[in-house]
Design a protein around this ligand. Structure first.
Ligand SMILES: Nc1ncnc2c1ncn2[C@@H]1O[C@H](COP(=O)(O)OP(=O)(O)OP(=O)(O)O)[C@@H](O)[C@H]1O
Ligand SMILES: [Mg+2]
Length: 256
């Protein structure tokens, strides 16, 4: 069975996609067969891996998977990176979410799709910035939540709502859902605000915050426009090294 990790934060632009793509890459690089599911209608993980969204509609995307007109297996594509596959998404996923709202088994479709797909050690889900039906599917399908938190003043605002949703999901659908770690992102070590927020995050989530933090690093912002993960774009950059080390911590936490 695969270990499913949902990268979740309903706040926009906190580094979910960067984290999902980078961690998926380093898991694959370490020899783990990994599937990255782009579960956001923005399709950032898809384009970040160099896939032309114009050409996807024949092949099918997560939209068809959620409407159950295609199997997850059928829409999965190989990437240029060894051991790393992608289930792509386009803006179609937003339309399917509307249809899904009145469909049967609407909360468990992603979970079923993943359960019917064999051969992966890790499945990483890149969730959209909302507490929508899609995100709830992502939480129900997952064993773990990885929560990226941007080191800025409003970082903790809204997280209570996410934790409340996780509690509900645990109670009703997925009792083993666990927060595997909180990852401070875009940390600027030169500013006191950044370190204050980091301290605040640690106070709020005792024992849950990754030892590694992700620095603000321009190379991380550049990589998607080249269609490759940071580990390929500039593997010696600060951002690459941080994500490599986060992946190592993640593997330790999952094994524990
Ligand atoms: N550590 C970093 N340093 C510098 N830029 C970063 C870093 N992490 C992410 N970025 C950039 O910040 C922007 C937002 O990051 P990203 O897309 O990963 O966030 P997100 O949470 O997935 O956003 P959304 O909620 O829209 O899906 C992107 O342009 C990304 O390239
Ligand atoms: Mg994103």
């Amino acid at each position: 069975m695969s270990t499913v990790i949902s990268v979740t934060n309903q706040k926009g632009g906190v580094g979910k996609t960067t984290t999902a793509v980078s961690v998926a890459y380093y898991l694959a690089k370490a020899g783990h067969k990994t599937l990255l599911i782009d579960f956001d209608p923005q399709g950032n993980a898809t384009s970040g891996l160099g896939i032309d969204k114009q050409k996807l509609d024949e092949n099918g995307t997560m939209s068809e998977v959620m409407l159950e007109t295609k199997l997850l297996q059928e829409v999965i594509m190989q990437t240029k990176q060894k051991n790393l596959d992608l289930a792509p998404a386009t803006s179609q996923l937003a339309n399917s979410e509307v249809e899904l709202a009145k469909a049967s088994r609407r909360f468990t479709r992603l979970k079923n799709a993943i359960n019917n797909t064999q051969g992966y050690d890790y499945v990483i889900i890149d969730n959209p910035p909302s507490l929508s039906l899609l995100t709830v599917n992502g939480l129900i399908a997952a064993r773990y939540v990885l929560l990226p938190v941007q080191a800025e003043f409003y970082a903790l605002e809204g997280l209570g709502q996410l934790l409340e949703t996780m509690k509900l999901v645990r109670k009703n659908m997925n009792p083993t859902l666990d927060l595997v770690g909180v990852l401070p992102t875009m940390v600027d070590s030169r500013t006191t605000l950044s370190s204050q927020v980091h301290e605040e995050i640690k106070k709020h989530f005792p024992g849950k915050v990754f030892k590694t933090v992700i620095p603000r690093n321009i190379r991380l912002a550049e990589a998607p426009s080249h269609g490759v993960p940071i580990g390929v774009y500039d593997r010696f950059s600060k951002g690459a090294r941080a994500y490599k080390s986060v992946t190592k911590e993640l593997l330790e936490r999952v094994a524990a």
